[in-house]
Design a protein around this ligand. Structure first.
Ligand code: DX5
Ligand code: ZN
Length: 220
């Protein structure tokens, strides 16, 4: 299973976003992760489709959009038109999650489902063939720079077992508090796709070095 490192631009210097994304790309990033927050599902407000459209012009890497918004089904078209490759919606925001995942696929994007730390994995059971990836939040969504929740590797392990039991080919992504000291436990538990904001854009020796340190931690 190939490893994906997805830097989250939430922690980038927005004044120099193009340059920071270029540094991430040159440093070996696989995807660019964009956190969309609405001030309702989560307290913070961040980016919308216009920013995704701008990011689309800054890089050829796949764009991974994480929607932390209520009623995401109202905005799927806009994110598809903006150039999103992978679109992830929170289970907690979707009363008709099956339909929403189908629509994401029909719009030509890779459908992803994300669950909060407090949401049990049995919510995934009926959907294991409807998403390409499951994002397990390893912090409560809304902010960068939070501390990794230590019980999450066990949840990753149980999710991996569920996907296996159902014959699903979906991959497991983790997001929140991913640093060189937490990434390996997630990998050993079954995650292959890693979102990191502070550990990459906030890394003292630069963005490329931040990515390198995470990859080294996976190998170590
Ligand atoms: C949190 C966002 C994350 C965030 C992670 O709600 O979904 O993508 O950028 O930030 P770090 O890596 O700093 O925990
Ligand atoms: Zn995210």
């Amino acid at each position: 299973m190939s490893i994906i490192i997805a830097p989250s631009i939430l922690s980038a210097d927005i004044n120099r976003l193009g340059d920071e994304i270029k540094q991430a790309e040159d440093g070996g990033a696989d995807w660019i992760h964009v956190d969309v927050m609405d001030g309702r599902f989560v307290p913070n407000i961040t980016f919308g489709p216009l920013v995704v459209k701008a990011v689309r012009r800054m890089t050829n890497l796949p764009i991974d959009v994480h929607l932390m918004i209520v009623e995401p089904e109202r905005h799927l078209d806009a994110f598809a038109d903006a150039g999103t490759d992978h679109l992830t919606v929170h289970y907690e925001t979707c009363p008709h999650i099956h339909r929403t995942l189908q629509t994401i696929r029909e719009l030509g994007m890779g459908p992803g489902i994300v669950i909060n730390p407090g949401t049990p994995i049995n919510t995934l059971e009926e959907l294991t063939h409807d998403f390409e990836k499951v994002l397990l939040m390893t912090v409560n969504p809304g902010f960068g720079g939070q501390t990794f929740i230590k019980s999450m590797p066990d949840k990753i392990r149980r999710t991996q077992a569920l996907l296996h039991e159902k014959g699903s080919t979906a991959t497991i992504q983790v997001d929140g508090g991913i640093y060189s000291d937490t990434i390996k436990d997630c990998y050993l538990a079954g995650a292959t796709n890693f979102v990191a904001g502070s550990a990459i854009f906030g890394y003292k020796e630069g963005i490329a070095a931040g990515i390198k340190v995470l990859r080294q931690a996976l190998e170590g």
